[in-house]
Structures are given as C-alpha cells and as structure tokens.
Write a protein of this length. Structure first.
Length: 298
C-alpha cells in the first residue's frame, strides 16, 4: 500500500503493506467507503464543527492529489482519514454528546433497532454457525460462545418489545455517537467513519461492555443526562446485546482471522459480565423505574 499512498496522496509510510500510519502527530488510515464525493464533503463540514470545538483533537478527510475524496484501490473505493492524536476522556465523549444533543432530524425507532438485531441473528444462524469447522478442538469453544450470544441477543430483542409496549417506539433523545468504542482513544471518538446518529446510551453501553467504564463511573455519568425510562431501558438492552461476540464471529467468517484467544477470553469473562449486568439492572430498575427482567433479579 505504500506505493498506492504515495501515488494518490503523496505520503510515503514506513510499512510497505500497512493501510495506516502516523505522521506529525496524526494517525492516518484508509477506510473502505461507499460514500461519494458530495456526501463526504457534507461529512467534512460536520467534522469542521467538531474540530472547532475540541482543542488539539479532531479529524479530517484527506483529498487525493487530483482533488477527490474517494479513490479506487485493490480493496475497492477508499478514503484516507486523518485523526489528530491526543488524550481523550469520558468528558470528551460527553461534550460531543452535548454538542449534538437532539440536533438531528432523523427519526429513530426501537422497532428499527429490533429489525437490525433480528437480521444479525439470522446472519449468524444461517451463514456463520454452519461454516464453523467441526473437525478441530476450537469448534467446541466457538459453538458454546455462539449459542450464548444468540441467547443473549434474543433476550435483548424481547426486551425491545417491552420498551415499545411500555414507553413507545420513538427514540427521542439522540446525538452524534459511535458505532463501536473498543478503546477510549482519539481514533474511535473522532474517526468520521465511526460516527452515527443514535441514542447516547449506545456509547455508554459500549464503554461499559468493554470495561472502559466502571459501574460507579457509569452511575455518575448517567446523572449528567436527562434520562427517561426509555433511554435507561435502551442502555440495558444494549448491554444485553452481544455485539462484541457477533463482531468476532463475523471477523472469523469474512476475514478468516484467528480468534481462538479472544474466544477463550470471552468465555472466561461470561460470569463476571453477567454479574455486572445484574448490578446495572438493579440500579436502573430502582432509579429509572424500567421494566425488570426476571432472570436478572435472581
């Protein structure tokens, strides 16, 4: 990729085959994108608003030598993003939520989220699980983890139905949030291709599930949001939903990654994560009057 990056953008990274590199305090990464130049120009305006509000943090979409945002690589259409390296904290995330709180016109519904999760379950059941190799010692662990994830996802989807019934279908409180937060760093928070409009509870669930936020920190952080019972219920549903495991299974299926160590880590962590989930459930039921889940009361 070094020749490609130099030819298209004028950068000559040290690593010949890497799709990412650092330069003068910025982290650069090629991202696969289906957006066109017009859509990316609109996204860049949003990035400018973000950059103007965060000192020494932010991101950019890099133009090619011939003045385009999108170019074609061996992987298909790609975009080069640049993220300013710097320290981020929970307050950085909260500030981003505040900036864009209920600023978008997009109407989000719980039923839409439910359909997304149902489609994901179908993909796992119909495509990924049948592809798991049953002739090696890793199969048992993969299968156990897959069955656990499917059970958790079904519980989460059932809880979404409860949310619709008791609190309504519309998700009224939205902001600019993130598809994933595997680490609390500038790449995950400011990468334009990780941004999405959704409930801020999506981010808090990501932090909590990835052990980037303790229970006590989460309790304190929730006090800073004008939380409704629907919002609190969405937080619990997202903590129930095992997107970490589904992402891992998709990496295995699509990219043929070796996920053995990560699978074993997740299996070992099941009991501790359920303990955390039960404590969160108790807190949300007591403080936000959400609908309880019977098995989490045990």
């Amino acid at each position: 990729m070094r020749a490609f990056l130099y030819d298209k953008y004028g950068y000559y990274p040290d690593e010949e085959y890497s799709t990412s590199f650092t330069y003068q305090g910025w982290f650069f990464k090629l991202e696969i994108s289906e957006k066109n130049d017009y859509e990316l120009a609109s996204l860049k305006k949003l990035l400018n608003d973000i950059n103007n509000s965060f000192q020494n943090l932010g991101s950019d979409i890099v133009l090619t030598r011939d003045g385009h945002y999108v170019t074609t690589s061996e992987y298909g259409p790609v975009v080069l993003v640049a993220i300013k390296e710097g320290k981020v904290t929970i307050d950085t995330l909260f500030k981003m939520h505040q900036m864009f709180y209920n600023q978008f016109q997009n109407q989000l519904t719980v039923s839409y989220l439910r359909n997304l999760w149902l489609n994901k379950i179908n993909t796992i059941e119909e495509r990924i699980i049948p592809s798991l190799p049953n002739d090696n010692k890793e199969f048992s662990s993969l299968y156990i983890l897959s069955m656990y994830a499917l059970g958790s996802a079904e519980n989460a989807i059932q809880y979404l139905l409860d949310i619709i019934y008791y609190y309504g279908n519309e998700i009224k409180n939205t902001s600019l949030v993130h598809k994933r937060i595997d680490e609390l760093n500038s790449f995950y928070l400011f990468n334009p291709f990780n941004l999405i409009i959704d409930s801020p509870m999506r981010d808090l669930a990501e932090l909590y599930k990835n052990d980037l936020l303790s229970l006590e920190q989460l309790y304190d952080l929730l006090k800073r949001y004008p939380l409704t019972s629907l919002d609190a219920s969405l937080l619990l549903a997202r903590c129930l939903y095992p997107n970490q495991i589904f992402d891992l299974l998709e990496d295995y299926y699509e990219l043929k990654k070796d996920i053995t160590n990560r699978v074993n880590q997740l299996i070992i962590s099941i009991n501790s994560k359920e303990f955390k989930l039960k404590k969160l459930h108790k807190f949300l039921v007591s403080n936000y009057q959400i609908r309880p889940i019977s098995w989490l009361d045990k």
